[in-house]
Design a protein around this ligand. Structure first.
Ligand code: ADP
Length: 255
């Protein structure tokens, strides 16, 4: 096995702990990710995918169990340390892009650098360079509301990558995009994964998108029910297997 970049031990999440509506959403998950993997997380709605992603990425805290990123147990850090750690190591891409409408695309992309107190000239250099790589240098002075969905998405990717994170965390990143923009997103993420060894962990419902990953993690009822490596499968074979797994799980809900 290669270098382990992320690990969970008995990761358990209980919502509304000790209240009447207490609910255990994750039941003690043991999970390891090697540096450079491209993992896609699938599973029925309500199975715990978002809870899982949030708990492995410092967005939320497990009720029990441990999470290690790059050998560091993240939940023992102070809030300040965690903020710094998160901005250095993790890049987030969400379905809604979460760009601030009151800030220009430049300001949105520059935000993590500004928070890290990077010098103004350095910020300018890096934002321009990143925007060039994503072909959005022409819209940096625009506000998100003045940009197309694809441009906003590229802006969100720029912001996620501006700190050169080791891991990209994406929750349904293509949920609001048409096929052309989804494909482009995959091409960008795939290139980063292959050429720069960035680890990707992505939730998706779309088997076609999942077929670009190197491993499928299927979550059901708060547990990892299946774990499938692409290995030597062609993309077509892998896609067919992914579709099969999703279909056989859905069949269980038929009357
Ligand atoms: P998925 O992403 O697979 O759709 P979620 O992780 O969002 O699933 O939710 C898993 C389960 O946890 C669901 O039953 C959901 O209702 C419950 N849940 C999610 N967030 C909360 C919360 N903040 N409070 C209480 N229950 C929650």
């Amino acid at each position: 096995m290669g270098e382990i970049i992320l690990e969970t031990r008995k990761l358990t999440k209980i919502y509304n702990l000790e209240r009447e509506n207490e609910f255990e959403a994750l039941h003690g998950i043991d999970f390891k990710v090697e540096a450079g993997e491209f993992i896609c997380v699938m599973g029925p709605s309500g199975s715990g995918k978002t809870t899982f992603i949030n708990n492995i990425s410092t967005v939320d805290f497990p009720t029990k169990g441990k999470v290690f990123i790059d050998g560091v147990e993240i939940h023992t850090m102070s809030a300040n340390e965690m903020g710094r750690f998160r901005s250095r190591n993790l890049g987030f891409v969400f379905q809604e892009f979460n760009l601030l409408d009151t800030h220009t695309m430049y300001e949105n992309i520059a935000m993590p650098l500004a928070l890290a107190k990077t010098k103004k000239e350095e910020i300018g250099r890096r934002v321009e360079e990143m925007a060039r790589q994503m072909s959005i240098e022409g819209i940096l002075r625009k506000y998100p509301g003045e940009c197309s969905g694809g441009q906003r998405q590229r802006g969100a990717i720029c912001r996620a990558l501006i700190m050169k994170p080791k891991i990209i965390i994406a929750d349904e990143p293509t949920g609001n995009l048409d096929r052309a923009n989804s494909n482009e997103f995959l091409a960008i993420i795939g290139r980063l994964n292959r050429e720069q060894g960035v680890t990707v962990i992505m939730v998706t419902h779309d088997p076609l998108i999942a077929s670009y990953s190197s491993r499928l993690v299927y979550i059901k009822d708060g547990l990892i029910e299946r774990n499938m490596e692409r290995g030597r499968m062609s993309q077509k074979e892998y896609f067919d297997k992914i579709t099969e797994i999703n279909a056989s799980e859905s069949r269980g809900f038929l009357q």
